[in-house]
Design a protein around this ligand. Structure first.
Ligand code: NAP
Length: 322
């Protein structure tokens, strides 16, 4: 099997920017973009689950997340990136060229080999860890207002969390719902001031401060949320038919355990630049960034990973000739 110059795993803003840059550097990248799903580890990443993106430079009117990702993808394809709609099931970074499997992870031979790999697998939405979440996900419980908001016309909805995601989901849901209750475990929001102002000004949004969710009620579909006041320990049930969980994210790094250095939280450790601990493997975007986590910073780090990869491949080729 002939090894590719570079394989890019993941197709959010980081991966597709890396694809645009490596394609324009004539490295004929292969992007393994993931498979469609209702979570953020799908082609296009988390922006596929977002509504309006208002802070991506160059779009003064704003742009919908999926539209922005379609443009990234189109640009990568235009410069010759190959895109494969599959999920990587295993990697082997112990020897070069590196091995990358799609499909059966037990297969003796990797599906692809590559001299360099760029990891841009992003992060996914965290859940509360309740048994009822498994049962009710897709039946009134969601992590994506853009995907599911439409189903909640004239319903009363709860959103869990106090960050920008929670407020963004809540604001979007007011287009459909009669009332949106934001359940937050403290009495101060983590979200940015501008989002707070918008949420406070919206007459359809109410806040349930100092409350946690003990359970989501309902067998076939959501019928309510059992909440508890953390100050008084008083329990009560909120009669809602929709629940959106928006409490943060977890990096998609299971594939790389034991091979790439990661923090206790699972985020990949990079540096200098986008280098990982394995020579020839680079990482960019939310999979290695728990601080900024923006589309623009992910795209910027994708560009850095492409340039680091290009330079690394050039140096490796020189070393091989020398
Ligand atoms: P986040 O900022 O980490 O906020 C998570 C929220 O969920 C916090 O309020 C947290 O409570 C709460 N939480 C966490 N675990 C919980 C649990 N087990 N039970 C109940 N509540 C829990 O995450 P995010 O809102 O997803 O935002 C992530 C990053 O993306 C941020 O940097 C944000 O600014 C950015 N973002 C920006 C936009 C925008 O600009 N339009 C939109 C979305 C996200 P505590 O506050 O008590 O910790």
């Amino acid at each position: 099997m002939q090894a590719r110059n570079v394989i890019i795993i993941g197709s959010g803003p980081a991966g597709l920017t890396a694809a645009i840059y490596t394609a324009r550097a004539n490295l004929a990248p292969l992007v393994i973009e993931g498979e469609p799903s209702s979570t953020s580890d799908q082609p296009g990443g988390q922006l596929m689950l977002t509504t309006e993106v208002e802070n991506f430079p160059g779009f003064p009117e704003g742009i919908m997340g999926p539209d922005l990702m379609a443009r990234f993808r189109e640009q990568a394809v235009r410069f010759g990136a190959d895109i494969l709609t599959e999920k990587v099931s295993r990697v082997d970074f112990s020897s070069r060229p590196f091995g990358v499997w799609v499909g059966d992870p037990q297969a003796a031979e990797p599906t692809y080999r590559a001299h360099a790999v760029i990891v841009s697998t992003g992060a996914r939405a965290l859940m509360l860890g309740l048994e009822s979440e498994q049962r009710l996900l897709g039946h009134g419980l969601s992590t994506c207002a853009t995907c599911d908001g439409f189903f909640f016309r004239e319903h009363e909805i709860a959103v869990v969390g106090g960050g920008d995601s929670a407020l963004e989901e809540a604001l979007f849901l007011t287009k459909f719902a009669t009332k949106v209750t934001i359940i937050h475990r403290r009495e101060e929001l983590r979200a940015s001031k501008i989002m707070q102002e918008r949420a406070f000004a919206n007459p359809k949004i109410e806040f349930l401060w100092n409350h946690v969710v003990d359970d989501i009620v309902g067998e076939q579909s959501v019928e309510g949320v059992r909440v508890r006041n953390v100050l008084t320990d008083e329990a009560s049930t909120l009669g809602v038919t929709g629940v959106f969980v928006a409490i943060g994210h977890q990096p998609n790094t299971d594939l790389f355990k034991g091979q790439l250095h990661m923090e206790d939280s699972g985020y990949l450790v990079t540096g200098p630049g986008t280098a990982t601990n394995v020579d020839g493997v680079f990482a960019c975007g939310d999979v290695q960034d728990h601080t900024y986590r923006q589309a623009i910073t992910a795209a910027g780090s994708g560009c850095m990973a492409a340039i680091d990869t290009e330079r690394w491949l050039e140096a490796a080729a020189h070393a091989a000739i020398g």
